[in-house]
Design a protein around this ligand. Sequence first.
Ligand code: NAP
Length: 321
Amino acid sequence: MPAPLFNRLALIGVGLIGSSIARAARAQGAVREIVASARSAATRRRVAELGLADQVVETNSATVAGADLVIVCAPVGACGAIAKEIAPQLTPGAIVSDVGSVKAAIVRDMSPHIPAGVHFVPAHPVAGTEHSGPDAGFAELFVGRWCILTPPNGADASAVERLAAFWRALGAKVESMPPEHHDLVLAITSHLPHLIAYTIVGTADEFAEVTRSEVLKFSAGGFRDFTRIAASDPTMWRDVFLANKDAVLEMLGTFNEDLSQLTRAIRRGDGEALFTHFARTRAIRRGIVEIGQDSPAPDFGRVHPDLPVESLPRPYAASDE
Ligand code: NAP
């Protein structure tokens, strides 16, 4: 195994992302030692029980003492106060980073507190699930996924490269871009889809007052996939929409125009407009599969993993002939 890239990794926040970093950094030998803290005593206790860190400490500032890499893995809205709290304890030459899903607000809130001589390199691993907490993480979460770095102008190139090497060691592919550009791209690829899922599941729930059992019963017709996205952490997503307001509103404006066009096509019975639109979106899906961002395996009709195979109708059950 190659030599560790960092001596001491300080993790502030050990939920889905923080615990996945801890597990992956351990598995890859990317750091010599991990020190962690979380807001509540219950989470800190669980982190210790799971053995995710060499030391679990009570305060954020105690976590960063002596660390050469600090990664803040808390909700976006908490990161400014955390930066202020840890600033006096940061070691000169250390790298401070984060994993927030929004970047311009992170730069605005954290960078004023980072002392001279400490390198601030924000990051966003574009990988996750709808689960939260230290039990939800796993070492393979970042494998084959992108991690976007948004180093400020004039950032120390070797610090940026060291952080990139850390993420590559965890299996991620790394790209750098300005924070505002990141926020625009993620507004359409992640934030708007989540908003749509939150909306549609809420709408179906109102509708379900009349036909609740049917909505749940026939959920495999597309609704089920929205419910998975809409089960994502409420605190995290509240912060994302508060912090990426401008980019989300811009994308939402375009989305509403496109929705109006499809609404008009349905109202007018314009099958050609509908077909052309759906053919274009099917080609986009093919492109995503071609660049390896998803599997070509059919997903809408997937077999429930907990269903016993014997209960499947004959053509789908494993043949014993
Ligand atoms: P999570 O599972 O809910 O974990 C959040 C962690 O932050 C918990 O350990 C929580 O401690 C801790 N925390 C909250 N406020 C804190 C504070 N003031 N000081 C110290 N620790 C604090 O959330 P997550 O999904 O890992 O998300 C963390 C970050 O990753 C967010 O910024 C999110 O935008 C970003 N991200 C998430 C995903 C995703 O799919 N989930 C993907 C990419 C990036 P307690 O448990 O004690 O409250």
